[in-house]
Design a protein around this ligand. Structure first.
Ligand SMILES: Cc1cc2nc3c(=O)[nH]c(=O)nc-3n(C[C@H](O)[C@H](O)[C@H](O)COP(=O)(O)OP(=O)(O)OC[C@H]3O[C@@H](n4cnc5c(N)ncnc54)[C@H](O)[C@@H]3O)c2cc1C
Ligand SMILES: NC(=O)c1ccc[n+]([C@@H]2O[C@H](COP(=O)([O-])OP(=O)(O)OC[C@H]3O[C@@H](n4cnc5c(N)ncnc54)[C@H](O)[C@@H]3O)[C@@H](O)[C@H]2O)c1
Length: 468
């Protein structure tokens, strides 16, 4: 049996862990997917955002008309967009594998790993052992088992498959109301598909601040058909191969939608089920989330886990942060560090864009925390005038005692970029007065909407003067 200093399962964030500092370690990297590099690169963050940019352009004529510019969308070439995106991504993935296979100290195994003991892995018929094992196996789309789904399989997609679809569907039903549903609703509707969004609960983007979620719902309703409180009940394929999507509401009433394709966007399943974790005695939470401590250690000595398979956050920037923790703790076991999960930001690249960090107003109320809130419309700052903005805003929540930000929520153009200084302020405990008045804000740039929201917090309570 081959023995290694370190075995890493999963070539997504796990692959990034093995840097030059491990040059004198004997490392095994195991990947079961023929495609190398994991979700973010091949079927997640990166290709979705590469679709969002052309979708933003395709959606721009309506906005341009309000500014006196007459743009016409004459069409979109799905094949060209798709091939450009994957023509860029696929060589990066293949090149990454090639480079890794040529690394002197790393052996790449193309196999599904499962535990045969605490420090032993079964890779098909092979066995390897390692002093340390890192589980970075990620997650996969959740599927729904409803009548007719097998017959309709050729027209049922997930985020793993829809971006490579041969032709853009004329009519698409998206099941779900989270990140993936919101981003693909934008991409497909902007490029010309008739989209119906079916969601089981009565809110879209339910983990967001309620005001933001409601505002998003009102805006997306202008782009796609939104059907709330309905869940997928069945799929029917007739003799001509035409697909009907049947949904059911809470009263048992059924609805029918004709579709050329269905996208399931109903959450993700952690990839821990194939790992035979009981063989190693590794603790798992309900739902398959591997239990780790703040140092990313599982309950079994020498076995770490990171990223989607163990994290509370299914986000690449979190997987990267956890990867850096594991990396450090492997290299410097006598000086371990913990992952900082205090202020995890998130962004939805929908239309409009959304970004948030920290607590929602509903959470603060539920926790009984004292707070002040401010809302600043893009339309009331100079660059918002230039944009002729309608309806987008920044919402901030702060502690009126310490003047530390408790939460920041933005819906509107460039929200994922605008929020970055607020993440910085929260991470480094920069109080609102200092942040608002202790620096210049470029005039008349869009971040003035953040500046004014900060000043609004101070007005919301009582004036605070800075000792400068
Ligand atoms: C459509 C979509 C869009 C997204 N957009 C964003 C975004 O904009 N921003 C953001 O922050 N996050 C985004 N995410 C989330 C982000 O992609 C994930 O959080 C991140 O990729 C997780 O990384 P990971 O290393 O944990 O897992 P992965 O990258 O999934 O890597 C796990 C690897 O392990 C392999 N594997 C699994 N089980 C085994 C086994 N038993 N043996 C061997 N190999 C195995 C898998 O094949 C996979 O290659 C998006 C996700 C999706 C689906
Ligand atoms: N921009 C980003 O950062 C980004 C983009 C895409 C995905 N992601 C990550 O991937 C994760 C998964 O995304 P997601 O959108 O699949 O999950 P999600 O958890 O965000 O949303 C799932 C949605 O499906 C609905 N749903 C569940 N079962 C249903 C059913 N039977 N019928 C109808 N609706 C049903 C839920 O009500 C919910 O609205 C996200 O949580 C996020 O962490 C991030």
């Amino acid at each position: 049996m081959q023995h290694f200093d370190l075995a890493v399962i999963g070539s997504g964030s796990g692959n990034s862990l093995i840097d030059e500092r491990f040059a004198d370690w004997d490392v095994a990297l195991i990947e079961r997917d023929p495609v190398f590099g994991g979700t973010c690169l091949n079927r997640g963050c990166i290709p979705t955002k590469m679709f969002v940019v052309p979708a933003d352009l395709a959606a721009s004529p309506a906005h341009a008309a309000r500014l006196g510019v007459d743009l016409d969308l004459r069409g979109s070439d799905w094949g060209a967009i798709r091939d450009r995106i994957f023509g860029r991504i696929d060589p990066i993935s293949a090149g990454g594998l090639d480079w890794r296979e040529r690394s002197a100290n790393v052996t790449v195994f193309h196999a599904e790993a499962s535990f045969a003991g605490p420090k032993e892995l079964a890779l098909g018929d092979d066995r390897i052992s390692a002093d340390r094992i890192v589980i970075a196996t990620g997650s996969r789309p959740r599927l729904l088992a409803v009548p007719g789904i097998e017959d309709a399989a050729a027209k049922v997609y997930t985020s793993d498959t829809i971006m490579r679809i041969a032709e853009r569907p004329r009519r698409l039903v998206i099941v779900g109301g989270g990140y993936i549903a919101a981003e693909f609703a934008h991409v497909f509707s902007a490029l010309g598909t008739d989209v119906t969004l079916v969601n089981r609960s009565d809110v879209l983007l339910r983990h967001h601040d309620r005001e933001i979620a409601e505002h998003y719902a009102s805006m997306v309703a202008g782009q796609v058909r939104v059907r709330l409180n309905q869940e997928l009940a069945a799929l029917e394929t007739d003799q001509r191969g035409e697909l009907t999507v049947i949904t059911r509401d809470r009263n048992g009433i059924e609805y029918e939608y004709y579709a050329d394709a269905v996208l399931l966007a109903v959450g993700r399943v952690r990839n821990s089920d194939a790992l035979n974790l009981p063989a190693a005695g590794i603790d798992v939470k309900p739902g398959g989330q591997i239990h780790v401590d703040a140092q990313q250690r599982t309950n079994v000595d020498g076995v770490w886990a990171m990223g989607d398979v163990s994290s509370d956050y299914l986000l690449k920037h979190v997987a990267n942060a956890e990867m850096r923790t594991v990396q450090h703790n492997l290299l410097y076991p006598d000086n371990p560090v913990e992952t900082d999960h205090r202020y995890v930001p998130q962004a939805v690249f929908s239309h409009p864009q959304i970004a948030s960090v920290g607590a929602t107003e509903e959470q603060l109320k539920a926790w009984g925390v004292r707070y002040v809130a401010s809302r600043q419309r893009y339309a009331d700052v100079a660059y918002g005038w230039a944009l002729e903005d309608e309806g987008h805003f920044v919402k901030l929540l702060a502690d009126p005692g310490t003047w530390h930000l408790l939460g920041a929520h933005i819906i509107g153009p460039q929200a994922p970029s605008l929020i970055q200084p607020l993440i910085q302020a929260m991470s480094f405990n920069l109080p609102v007065p200092q942040m608002a008045r202790g620096q210049y804000w470029i005039h008349p740039a869009l971040p003035e909407v953040v500046e004014n929201a900060l000043l609004g917090l101070l007005d919301a309570h009582h004036p605070v003067y800075l000792d400068r």
